[in-house]
Structure formats: C-alpha cells, structure tokens
Design a binder for this molecule. Structure first.
Ligand code: HDL
Ligand code: ZN
Length: 447
C-alpha cells in the first residue's frame, strides 16, 4: 500500500465549479404555498381574467406585501402611529407603496425578506438601482401568468413546485370540488394539508360532519373509520405525494397510551392511512399561531418544541416515513441526531424564522457534518411565485459554500473530488433525496 504524498486531485477553482453545478442543478421545491394559474390569479396580467379570491399570487405588489415584510414595516411605522386597521383598509398597491417607502426608500433594505425582493427584480432583468416601482408594476401587468410561471421557474432553476393544498380552506376546497382537474398542471405537485385534524379536532369534526362524514367529537372506532375515509377520499382526489401538518411547540406524542385527540387521530387514522398508501407525513413543528392576531398572517410566532415526540413517532410507526422541519434554531441539533437514529426520518429545510443566511449556513453545516448528504437542505416556503427566484438564489450560494468547505477538508485528507461527485451530490441535495424519499417502497417486512 503506497502512502500518498501528493495531495488529492482538486478540480481547478473548486468553489466556482460547485457554485456553477448547484446553479445548474434543477430543484424540486418540496414545500411552497404556490398554486398553478388554474387556481385563479388576483392579478390578471395579460391573460385578462382577474379572480379576486384566486390562489396564485404573483407580481411586485404581492412580493412587497409578503407577510414577512408586513411584520417588518410595523417596526418602522408602529401601530400607535399607523393603526393596524388603517393598514388593512388600504388596497394591495397602497400597502405595497407603504412598505416600499418605509423599508426600501427611507431605510436600507438589509433584511433577508427585503433583499429577496431586490434579488428577484435583478434576476428578472430589472436594474434595482432605478427603484422604479411604477415601472415594475407596469411590466408585471403585461405578463401572461401561465408563461410567467415557466419563466420564473427557469430563472429560479426550479423544475417542480410542490403546493400546500389545505383541505380545510373553504376557497381552495371548493375549487377542488368544482373541478377535479384543477391540479392537472404538471409543474405543480399536490400535497394534502390538514392541520385542524390533528391540532383542533373539535373544529375538524364539525367540518367533516358538514361534509357528510359520520363523525362526532368522541373518537369512537366508527368515527375514526370515517376520518380514514375522509383522508382516503382527499388523497385520491388530490393525488398528493405526501401529507402535511404544522404543529405547535406544545405538540407531544407520548406513545400508544397517549389519549389526546390529536394523538388518537394521528395514531388511529392519519398514520395508518399513510402507511397503507405508502405516503410520507410532513411534520412542521414549533409554530405558535396568532401571537399578534392584529398582524393577521404575519402574526405567528415560535417556540422550541419536543423532538422526543418525533423520535417516538418514528419508533412506533416504522411503516411510516416522516419529513420533519422545525422552527426553532435550538431544535436543529436534536433533529439531526434523531435523523441519525431513524432512517424513516428525513430532516428538511430551514423553515421560516430560520430561513436566514446566518442560520441556513449554521444548520446546513451541522446537518452535513452529522448526516452527510442524506438530508434535504432547503425548501422555499414561497407564497408569491417570484419568491422562488431569491429564495433559491440565496440558498444555493450558502449550500455551495458549505459543500466547497467539506470538499476542501476531504481533499486535504487525501480524498479526490471529481466533477461527477459534485454533480451527484448537488442532485441529491436539491431533488433526489426528496424524490427518492417519497417514492421509497414500503419495507417488505412491514407488509
Ligand atoms: O405553516 C406553514 O406552512 C408556514 O410556512 C406558514 O405558511 C407561514 O405563514 C409561512 O409562510 N412561512 O414561511
Ligand atoms: Zn409553509
């Protein structure tokens, strides 16, 4: 055996090669709140069909009134000067003008959500230095929404967008019932979301009853059978590739003896149906809804949550697969360690309040050091179509930085890194880990 004295081969300009490879590797964006044009667009664009309750949000006014920026503008113009209700009474473009004035023109837009708007404008071909909001508005109004989706996905390097289809949202549910083909746009993948089923059983029971499922608030075996039928009906209708819930910091799963409504619905209805259908369950844990309700969608907060409940679910339900993301920075290390213990657990994304460069870098480094390339580093959580441009541009930069450092350490240890290695790893991180996880066949021993 020869002891090598020559450093392993390093592609010339490794960092640039990693950046270019990530930039050219298509992303499957596994969690967004985006919708295809078939779900209606409040901004008509050149297509000429404005649907005020439409779900496909796009354009500069939606970008500027993203709830992250609503929260930020109230820090600059506080509600004691400009009451919440006065803001909510404004039109969308008036709200956008207010945010543009106070967060972009009169202050430096250094926050991640502000910088995102600028990155998006630049990558769509504008010169942000012109600060020409009227001109941006004019351009967007001339776009055909459907063609605009293609362009934005192309610029963002996103090949597949996964939606969040909330069956308890009346507006969305009615669209599904009115037109079962509403989600036939191949660029968009359905996901069934049902937070109330696990987080607010009383409300969910009332809804299911209204929808002709024979349920009542007592979780009898007949009632649970009807919850399973409801899930089967909607998984079939939506063709969801996974199901999802967001859970509060107080979420606790204590095992078979846990009798809270949420745990019983999880254990006796949700997880058996998903195991039967071989669909993953996404758990998005740590959100405290409505800590400031006057901010409406911008009013949610977060707290540290309980990772042992995740570990117990992975233990008790080996036939199920769990996609898990957590809102608290303090939960990330524990989640990584749980990922090392359970191969039916896939940690994913830097969600919402940890979706900032400093935390994305910290979390991605920790995950790569503990999990290698067997995790999903990011999702966009985009609510406005064009946000995928900045969210993926900013995240690709950080993932490239981390990957380059890890390659450099390996090369220093004598392990060569080839261009093929980089291509393979980029594909795993940006799409294959997700597509493989959702398409994993059920373990034969669990049949
Ligand atoms: O529950 C969720 O999926 C969260 O992502 C919320 O939608 C939140 O409002 C959000 O958009 N975060 O980025
Ligand atoms: Zn989300």
């Amino acid at each position: 055996m020869s002891i090598s004295t020559v450093p392993a081969t390093t592609p010339a300009n490794l960092g640039q090669l990693v950046r270019d490879t990530l930039a050219s590797t298509p992303v499957w964006d596994l969690h967004t709140h985006l919708f295809s044009p078939a779900f209606g667009t409040p901004l008509a664009g050149s297509a000429g069909r404005a649907d005020p309750k439409g779900l496909m949000l796009w354009g500069i006014d939606e970008l500027l009134t993203y709830h992250y920026l609503v929260a930020e503008v109230f820090r600059v113009v506080p509600s004691r000067e400009f009451p919440y209700d006065d803001y909510w009474r404004m039109s969308l473009s008036e709200q956008a003008d207010h945010i543009w004035k106070h967060l972009f023109v009169e202050r430096t837009p250094v926050s991640e959500a502000c910088r995102g708007v600028i990155t998006t404008l630049a990558k769509l071909g504008f010169d942000p230095a012109e600060k020409d909001l009227a001109g941006y508005r004019e351009w967007f109004a001339e776009q055909d929404p459907d063609k605009h989706v293609d362009r934005v996905m192309e610029v963002a390097g996103v090949s597949q967008i996964t939606m969040t289809n909330d069956v308890f949202d009346d507006n969305e549910r009615e669209r599904w019932l009115a037109d079962p083909s509403v989600a036939s746009d191949s660029r968009f993948t359905p996901v069934l979301r049902f937070d109330p089923l696990v987080c607010d059983w009383k409300t969910a029971a009332a809804n299911l009853h209204d929808w002709d499922y024979s349920v009542d608030t007592e979780l009898t075996s007949n009632c649970l059978a009807e919850v399973r039928r409801f899930l089967d009906d909607w998984i079939e209708r939506s063709q969801a590739v996974y199901c999802a819930v967001s859970l509060p910091p107080s979420f606790h799963y204590g095992g078979a003896e846990e009798m809270s409504d949420g745990s019983v619905v999880f254990r006796e209805a949700v997880l058996p149906v998903l195991a039967e259908r071989n669909l993953p369950m996404a758990l998005m844990i740590g959100v405290t809804r409505g800590v400031n309700p006057r901010l409406r969608m911008a009013g949610d907060g977060m707290e540290k949550a309980d990772v042992t409940s995740v570990a117990r679910l992975c233990t008790d339900f080996p036939a199920n697969r769990f996609l898990v993301t957590m809102l608290s920075r303090e939960n990330q290390h524990e989640l990584c360690i749980a990922g090392r213990k359970f191969d039916n657990l896939m940690p994913f994304g830097c969600w919402w309040f940890v979706n900032n460069p400093s935390l994305i870098e910290e979390i991605t480094r920790m995950r790569m050091e503990l999990l290698g390339t067997s995790f999903i580093p990011q999702h966009s959580d985009a609510r406005v179509l064009e946000q995928i441009v900045y969210k993926w541009s900013h995240s690709r930069e950080i993932i490239a930085r981390v990957l380059t450092d890890k390659y450099t350490d390996l090369i220093a240890a004598g392990w060569p890194i080839s261009e093929d290695d980089i291509v393979r790893d980029a594909k795993l991180l940006l799409s294959d880990n997700f597509s493989n996880f959702i398409s994993q066949t059920r373990a034969p021993y669990l049949e």
